[in-house]
Ligand binder design. Structure first.
Ligand code: HEM
Length: 391
């Protein structure tokens, strides 16, 4: 029997379905083929939480370090594309600025100020599309602040980001990448050189340059940029969508601000902004019911793992008081656990708190329905909202 015949549910699964509304199919797969071969993916899809953890914990067997990894083809090797000692070498210089206390001290005031600036611009209009008018600009501003590149504005960072994403997407789709991504990366690298040469700069890149070469710092700076924009935009947009879609849960949060953290974890659980992470098998191995061969692509569905009923009772329910919501895996697990999870949480918390406080009766615009979409990065393409203007 061929691998395709052994996994009938996987064979019937399309990537289009997983991009549009993955949850019913992921529930079936998790129950019947928790490690399944998907011909459309040309790889395995892991949907059960315990098996997802096994993969992400074991970087020796399931590595990111593979020539097929598209990001590394554009920006070179970085913490995101290395494992073992090399990974530790690239990640360690960046860890201190992203610890909880450093994040609070270093970013809270900036995020509050930027959030308020954006809301003040929106306030008089009474209606907007929040993803492009708020979540995106805030995510870009915070990453720009975190990188601290001399002479570089948010607009420049966004332009580089767009070009690099385009090249990575081209490569991931099997096409040849255009020159724009490489050109953008070259400019980013020059900005990194200028910044690290200025020892008076307080950029986190300067201290990293004490431990890594300048090209290595530049690759990791690109990954910080790459990792921090799309995902945070998604995290904020998805959390707002969940709250506005569930007025009963929103009322709980309005009555007790402490529950905002629960709402954010629930949203990360139900719709993680990065829906999957990819690994490559370094050897033949057995994972749950599946026999995996050396070189096989193993994709972990964070979305699937996050609705595993063995851990989360009534897994499809958005429950801001869920006690174990923090067991969600939106920031992955193991050595590649998101470097900036504390920053992303702080940013989303401040964004939501200020929006709810400053825009009275914030609600979804019924004329523009919103739903998350996407195979790898998931969020509503638009989030149209209205509020009552203060007279
Ligand atoms: C300021 C915002 C953010 C920054 C700067 C950032 C940066 C990073 C970096 C540098 C890594 C690589 C860590 C490593 O390989 O050792 C990473 C990993 C990751 N991040 Fe973030 N991140 C941010 C926000 C987010 C958000 C909002 C999400 C999801 C909602 C997210 C999900 C992930 C995931 C799933 C990984 C693991 C990738 C893998 O295992 O292959 N990140 N992030």
């Amino acid at each position: 029997m061929s691998v395709v015949d052994s996994y009938p549910l996987g064979a019937a699964t399309t990537l289009a379905e997983l991009a549009r509304d993955p949850h019913p199919r992921l529930a079936l797969l998790r129950a019947q083929e928790p490690v399944s071969w998907l011909p459309e993916l040309d790889g395995w899809l892991v949907t059960r939480r315990d098996l997802a953890l096994s993969v992400m914990r074991d970087a020796g067997t399931f590595t990111v370090d593979d020539p097929r990894f598209s990001t590394a083809q554009v920006v070179g090797p970085s913490m995101l594309s290395l494992d073992g000692d090399h990974h530790a070498l690239h990640r360690e210089p960046f860890t201190a600025p992203f610890r909880p206390r450093a994040v609070r001290d270093g970013f809270a005031a900036f995020i509050e100020q930027e959030t308020d600036r954006l809301i003040t611009m929106l306030e008089p209009t009474g209606a907007t599309e929040l993803r492009r008018a708020f979540a995106g600009p805030l995510a870009v501003a915070v990453v720009t602040e975190a990188l601290g590149l001399i002479g570089t504005t948010g607009d420049t960072v966004l332009a580089w980001y767009d070009d690099i994403v385009q090249s990575v997407s081209d490569i991931a789709a099997g096409h040849e990448a255009g020159p724009a991504g490489v050109a953008a990366y070259t400019q980013l690298r020059t900005a990194v050189e200028v910044t690290v040469a200025d020892r008076s700069s307080s950029s986190l890149l300067v201290s990293a340059a004490g431990q890594l070469t300048v090209p290595e710092v530049a690759s990791n700076a690109a990954v910080l940029m790459f990792g921090g924009i799309e995902t945070t935009e998604a995290m904020i947009t998805n959390a707002l969508l969940h709250l506005l879609r569930h007025p009963d849960q929103l009322a709980l949060v309005r009555a007790d601000a402490e529950l905002l953290d629960g709402a954010i974890e629930e949203s990360l659980r139900l719709e993680p902004g990065a829906a999957v992470v990819d690994r490559y098998a370094t050897q033949d191995t057995v994972l749950g019911p599946a026999t995996i061969h050396r070189g096989d692509l193993v994709t972990v569905s964070l979305t699937g793992a996050n609705r595993d009923p063995a851990v989360f009772p009534e897994p499809d329910l958005f429950d801001v008081r869920r006690e174990n919501g923090r067991l969600q895996l939106a920031f992955a697990h193991g050595p590649h656990y998101c470097l900036a999870a504390h920053l992303a949480r702080l940013e989303t918390r401040i964004a939501l708190q200020h929006l709810l406080e400053r825009l009275p009766a914030l609600r979804l615009d019924p004329g523009h329905p919103a739903a998350p979409y996407g195979l790898v990065f998931r969020k509503p393409p638009t989030l149209h909202v209205r509020w009552d203007r203060v007279a």
